[in-house]
Design a protein around this ligand. Structure first.
Ligand code: AP5
Length: 217
């Protein structure tokens, strides 16, 4: 099954994608994670990505598509994949449709995780991440140990550079302008599934699973 996950920054795409990927046994591909790893490694891709990400802008379509094309061409994606954060523009959606079409495949489900802007601003401007093991915290609702120490691996947690308030607002604006129109694109194809993304994480996962099952029956 080929699934794409849509949603405003902070909607819980990454959180839910990890759970869904384990449950459905298909690889979780996050373009945001790919870019963050490239930034950490200091590659050319990382330099290009950082210039855009830190300003709350999207990485150019051709760069992003090239990465996704390579990744979904790998063996482990033969029986399906879960794309988290791609596509994010109409051009990316069209490029993906046409790439999948070449091998008789398509997007089976476009999962839209729906969360109000006010809630995601609180979620991501309070987010802290462990640069070593990737564990996620929140300043108020799920703090790390005293002094900003990761509970999993004892590294010092950090705020993502694109999680500062002004950048978060810009990312949300970018989402409404460039990504939200994809809901209509996938709705026209009859594959959109919208799930309420507020409330507890397990409850949201259960709602998603029930929609996925219903959609594949
Ligand atoms: P990316 O990493 O994809 O960022 P994003 O879409 O802005 O999403 P986030 O990672 O902030 O949030 P999420 O929806 O995954 O939520 P999460 O589960 O982490 O992309 C980063 C940047 O890369 C982009 O801005 C862009 O520049 C570039 N990029 C990526 N893809 C691109 C593309 N296709 N084209 C061009 N550029 C691209 O949860 C957020 C927080 O909320 C966490 O702390 C989590 O613990 C918490 N949380 C989750 N669920 C709940 C809940 N139910 N209740 C309370 N808290 C919750």
């Amino acid at each position: 099954m080929n699934i794409v996950i849509l949603g405003v920054p902070g909607a819980g795409k990454g959180t839910q994608a990890k759970m869904l990927s384990e449950r459905l046994k298909i690889p979780h591909i996050s373009t945001g994670d790919i870019f963050r790893n490239a930034i950490k490694e200091g590659t050319e891709l990382g330099k290009t990505a950082a210039d855009h990400i830190e300003q709350g802008k999207l990485v150019p379509d051709d760069v992003t598509f090239g990465i996704v094309k390579g990744r979904i061409g790998e063996k482990d994606c033969k029986n399906g994949f879960l794309l988290d954060g791609f596509p994010r523009t109409m051009i990316q959606a069209e490029m993906l449709d046409s790439l999948l079409g070449e091998t008789g495949r398509k997007v089976d489900i476009a999962l839209n995780i729906d969360v109000p802007d006010a809630e995601v601003i609180d979620r991501i401007s309070g987010r802290l991440v462990c640069p070593s093991c990737g564990a996620n915290y929140h300043k108020k609702s799920n703090p790390p140990l005293e002094g900003g120490i990761c509970r999993e691996c004892s590294a010092r947690v950090l705020q993502r550079k694109d999680d500062f308030y002004e950048t978060v607002v810009k990312r949300i604006e970018t989402y409404h302008l460039q990504t939200k129109p994809l809901i209509s694109h996938y709705s026209d194809k009859g594959v959109i599934v919208t799930v309420n993304g507020t409330g507890d994480i397990t409850g949201i996962h259960d709602r998603i699973m029930s929609e996925v099952r219903g959609h594949t029956r």
